[in-house]
Design a protein around this ligand. Structure first.
Ligand code: PMP
Ligand code: GLN
Length: 397
């Protein structure tokens, strides 16, 4: 007789998901002493005002459960920030909810909105948690492939997008600026997505965690999908403190949208984590209220580091797809004799002491990303200098 001891205890829908590539590659970096340009996390702290506010909150007793939707000061700051930067109006009471990072907001949105069998449209390469959240909901992922196109940008085929929308499309999950490609979706692309969402009466869930990391030479500035005609009423807009304020370990995120969508998300969220990060919430509120110069400085610093790494990767012989946003750059390894990004990344620490992430693991159509790898440039300039020195060895060796 087969007993529980004989079979994999994990539910079938989660079995295709192994350890995340980020954990695998960070462990490889630790094991080999390589420079870790794999997992995307900054190696410096965020704004001192924010850190001081967190310390003060810890010391002044803000250590118990905060209110379910988040503390009023943070919800007000989230609403004010969206008005200031994107002209979007959300009522902090009912149209904003605080979550355990953007990750929980995305998961709760999908679990709240999708019946088993409903389809979720996303662009591949997709952020890995999307696939797992869709699977947990029993929903079906329907990817549209982004491919390297003219000028080193990634683009999608509009007809493929049209063909992917259908009667079971429940929601379109859009990440712009996009991890891992660094693509910033253009107004024309967003307009098409918006029109198709409306034509098919689908919701939109937007992951905008890199909203402040769009470079000044991008072909278009960041444009939240919710600002397009007809979209605010069907969009849950998600962001978090991690990237904008260099505190990826805090996991303070938020979702905004019309009250009925936010309330649906909250209904699920309350049973996932209930609440999170009490003393960090007032600190995130302080950070969101920082003057415009902070946000411009973050972008300028990251743009300089992008330029540094892009130049180094070009010198090392990679075929670089220069990003317009985020803190990632992808490159094709073909000119360096690479035929497979996974094999290339597994051997890279030994070959030159650097860790990168193969992006093929973020595609259903693995062939489309077979030779592409991702490097993170959210690191101190001296760390990037060292990485580039090591990577140049690939060109000679
Ligand atoms: N979405 C994207 C596209 C990301 O790159 C990340 C993290 N790097 C997240 C979501 C997760 O954000 P958080 O840490 O706030 O959960
Ligand atoms: N979002 C980060 C990245 O893309 C990693 C987050 C994680 O490790 N789950 O590198």
């Amino acid at each position: 007789m087969t007993t529980t001891a004989d079979v994999d205890p994990l539910v079938a829908r989660m079995r295709p998901f192994g350890t995340t590539i980020f954990a695998e590659m960070s462990a490889l970096a630790v094991r080999t002493g390589a420079v870790n340009l794999g997992q995307g996390f900054p190696d410096t702290d965020g704004p001192p005002e924010m850190l001081a506010a967190a310390a003060e909150a810890l010391r002044s007793g803000q250590n118990q459960y905060p209110p379910g939707p988040g503390i009023p000061a943070l919800r007000a700051a989230v609403a004010a920030h969206q008005r200031r930067f994107w002209g979007l109006e959300y009522d902090p009471d009912g149209e904003v909810v605080v979550t355990a990072g953007a990750t929980e907001a995305v998961a709760a949105a999908i679990l709240a909105l999708c019946e088993p069998g409903d389809e979720v449209l996303c662009f591949e390469p997709y952020y890995d948690s999307y696939a797992a959240s869709i699977a947990l909901a029993g929903a079906v992922r329907r990817p549209v492939t982004l491919r390297p196109a003219t000028g080193g940008r990634y683009a999608f085929d509009p007809d493929a997008l049209r063909a992917t929308f259908g009667p079971r499309t429940r929601l379109a999950l859009l990440n712009s600026p996009h991890n891992p490609t660094g693509k910033v979706f253009t107004p024309a692309e967003l307009t098409l997505i918006a029109e198709l969402c409306q034509e098919h009466d689908a919701y939109a869930v937007t992951d905008e965690v890199y909203e402040h990391l769009v470079f000044t030479d991008a072909s278009a500035p960041h444009l939240p999908l919710a600002t397009l005609p007809g979209m605010r009423e069907r969009t849950l807009r998600i962001s978090s403190a991690g990237k904008t304020f260099s505190c990826t370990g805090w996991k303070v995120g938020w979702a905004s949208g019309p009250a009925r969508l936010v309330s649906a998300l909250l209904r699920v969220k309350q049973f996932l984590t209930f609440v999170n990060a009490a003393p960090l919430q007032p600190a995130a509120a302080v950070a969101l209220g920082l003057p415009d110069e902070y946000f411009a400085g973050l972008r300028a610093g990251m743009q300089a580091r992008r330029d540094q790494l892009v130049e180094g990767l070009n010198d090392a012989g990679f075929d670089v797809l220069a990003p317009e946003g985020t803190y990632f750059v992808t490159a094709d390894v073909t000119p360096l004799g690479g035929r497979d990004g996974v094999a290339f990344c597994r051997s890279l620490p030994q070959r030159c002491g650097v860790v990168a992430v193969p992006t093929q693991v973020f595609y259903d159509d693995a062939e489309a990303g077979r030779r592409l790898v991702r490097f993170a440039f959210c690191k101190r300039p001296e760390v990037l200098t060292e990485a580039v020195t090591r990577l140049r060895r690939l060109a000679v060796g």
